[in-house]
Design a protein around this ligand. Structure first.
Ligand code: FAD
Length: 542
């Protein structure tokens, strides 16, 4: 059984556990002198503490946080024969939800989200199927508890698989909450308050982030949930209000709508901040036609519980200057995420954070202000908040620490996808970022908007507009700076192009590429209309 779970975990590509074996190096370099880093950590820090050079630390590497980045780093380090420990502790959400080993992605992020997105897509396919001749004799109905049980069981199998893998790789796992006592010592507490003290030559902080609650909305903490709770609900959330317009908000609203729930998104400003805004508008337009309601330029002021147990939300409409109310079964906050540094006692180690964001400041080698203490993943300042970047950064860090590698993580041209009902995948710069970096005169935007035959002809009720946008330099070889696609399986489509863009692909090369017909992805070879030309980029057909 354990083998089966290990194999399933290894196949589970989005956690990128595969490939670790490939990095196996047989001859680990000599262990660094215990406490060597402390000497560089700043004299002020060391004053009055045990001289690290005088003691032998228990571990070569201690990782605090057993999520995407932390587990990858710990397992990679163990491959080099190093003595490695990983601490992971899940502080229950304000609503009391907790989960197992593996961090955000596995438990309350990518994995349950993608499975619920898949549930919604299946429902849409059932509706489409009737236009293709299928008879669906009974009204299509979705049962939340069945989906939730399947998703939660799958997640639990991944939790177990992670434990098995740590054991197999001889990484010592502690289910304790870690906080620094000094730059080489971490004190951990179990749920029951039992203390363990661990010392290590090198420490990696990979404690990720947690959803924020709004601070000025009465009743927000008492009655609202976040994405940390949504995936673990046993019963349907019912009529749901999601506040915020981040990708987490839109993805959750998308799958809730898709499984037939009355779902509203309340957004104060723009959707998908940081993403290409033309694409973001297409995403929300499609969601509106798909059934998600949007309260734009609105912000909540209070949440109250009614006698019926429903939640009455009061909000202000900034455009109309009015105050409005409605009642919901569930209110979910998706107003951003905060780094999980509160309990780490970073001051005791001298690790510096950005005072505005609270995130840990790191250099290109992921080192913090204390040279033997590193930070990776969502906890770090200026890095993408994505599982694959956390994993890659963790593995490369372990290789630099314990083998001859000097390879740094390259955070440029990282592809990603927003799993809304019509998916949006992108790699490289958005239009806004390209203009900011290169100036509008030096940039060309090639567009194509496609009324997709396969769906919209059959379902006129749906606004289905697939779209490609390519951002290129205008001069010389017209290097591609960014590629954006809205359409089915956008993540699968963009993944391949990410390689081309990483390798410096140009617009003429893309135009010489032969398409695969009939696909949506082939449209990338027909990006002949520039935004500058003002011509309509809409085509019909496939
Ligand atoms: C709803 C949602 C959907 C997402 N979808 C995607 C997606 O589709 N694709 C994608 O790439 N990314 C996605 N992400 C982001 C992704 O989950 C994160 O970027 C990734 O998990 C970050 O990994 P990490 O190692 O930095 O931290 P985490 O995975 O968050 O792990 C940190 C771990 O440290 C533990 N911890 C915290 N403090 C302590 C302490 N003091 N002692 C011990 N343990 C501690 C935490 O409990 C947690 O287990 C999504 C996130 C959310 C919320």
């Amino acid at each position: 059984m354990l083998r089966g779970l290990g194999a399933r975990l290894a196949r589970h590509g989005s956690c990128a556990l595969t490939g670790i074996i490939a990095h196996l190096r047989l001859l680990p370099p000599p262990r660094t002198a215990p406490g060597a880093g402390l000497l560089c950590a700043g004299a002020a820090l060391s004053r009055g503490r045990v001289a690290a050079g005088a003691r032998k630390n228990e571990y070569d590497l201690l990782v605090i946080g057993g999520g995407s980045g932390g587990l990858a780093c710990a397992k990679e380090a163990a491959q080099f024969g190093r003595k490695v420990a990983v601490l992971d502790y899940v502080e229950p959400s304000p609503q009391g939800t907790a989960w197992g080993l593996g961090g955000t992605c596995v438990n309350v992020g990518c994995i349950p989200k993608k499975l619920m997105h898949q549930a919604a897509l299946l429902g849409s396919s059932l509706k489409d199927a009737q236009h293709y001749g299928w008879s669906i004799s009974q009204p299509v109905h979705h049962t939340w508890s069945v989906m939730a049980q399947s998703v939660q069981n799958y997640v639990k199998s991944l939790n177990w698989g992670h434990r098995v893998q740590l054991q197999e790789k001889k990484v010592k796992y502690f289910n304790i909450k870690g906080s620094f006592s000094d730059p080489h010592t971490v004190r951990g507490l179990t749920k029951a308050g039992k203390e363990t003290v661990i010392t290590a030559d090198n420490i990696v902080i990979a404690t990720g982030g947690r959803p924020k609650y709004p601070v000025h909305v009465a009743g927000a903490l008492e009655y609202g949930i976040t994405s940390d709770d949504l995936f673990w609900l046993k019963e349907s959330p019912g009529k749901t209000l999601i506040v915020g317009a981040s990708y987490v908000s839109l993805e959750c609203a998308g799958f809730l709508t898709g499984i037939g729930l009355d779902t509203t998104v309340m957004m104060r400003s723009i959707p998908l901040r940081g993403f290409d805004q033309q694409m973001a508008s297409l995403v929300t337009e499609h969601m509106e036609s798909y059934g998600t309601k949007f309260l734009k330029r609105c912000f909540p002021t209070k949440v109250e519980k009614l006698k019926s147990n429903r939640l009455q939300v009061t909000w202000k409409n900034a455009d109309l200057g009015t105050e409005e109310t409605d009642s919901f079964n569930t209110v979910m906050w998706a107003v951003g995420r905060a780094p999980d540094t509160k309990t780490l006692n970073l001051e005791a180690a001298g690790v510096k954070t950005n005072s505005e964001t609270g995130k840990i400041i790191v250099d290109a080698s992921e080192a913090t202000s204390v040279p033997h203490i590193y930070a990776i993943g969502d906890i770090t300042e200026g890095r993408p908040e994505l599982t694959p970047t956390a994993i890659a950064a963790g593995k490369l860090l372990a290789q630099r620490l314990f083998s001859q590698s000097s390879e740094l993580m390259d955070y440029d041209n990282v592809p990603t996808t927003v799993f809304t009902p019509l998916e949006y995948g992108c790699v490289g710069l958005s239009e806004e970022a390209a203009v900011q970096r290169h100036g509008s005169d030096n940039i060309e935007f090639h567009l194509i908007h496609l009324h997709a035959l396969s769906l919209s002809v059959l379902r006129e009720d749906l606004f289905v507009m697939y779209c490609f946008q390519m951002v290129c330099l205008r001069e010389r070889e017209q290097r591609i700076l960014g590629l954006h696609f809205i359409g089915p399986n956008a993540g699968e489509v963009i993944q391949g192009f990410a390689l081309g863009i990483k390798c410096g692909a140009t617009y003429p090369q893309m135009m010489k590429t032969v398409g695969i017909h009939p696909t949506c992805a082939e449209e990338v070879t027909k990006l002949h209309i520039t935004k500058r030309s003002g011509l309509d980029a809409t085509v019909t057909g496939c």
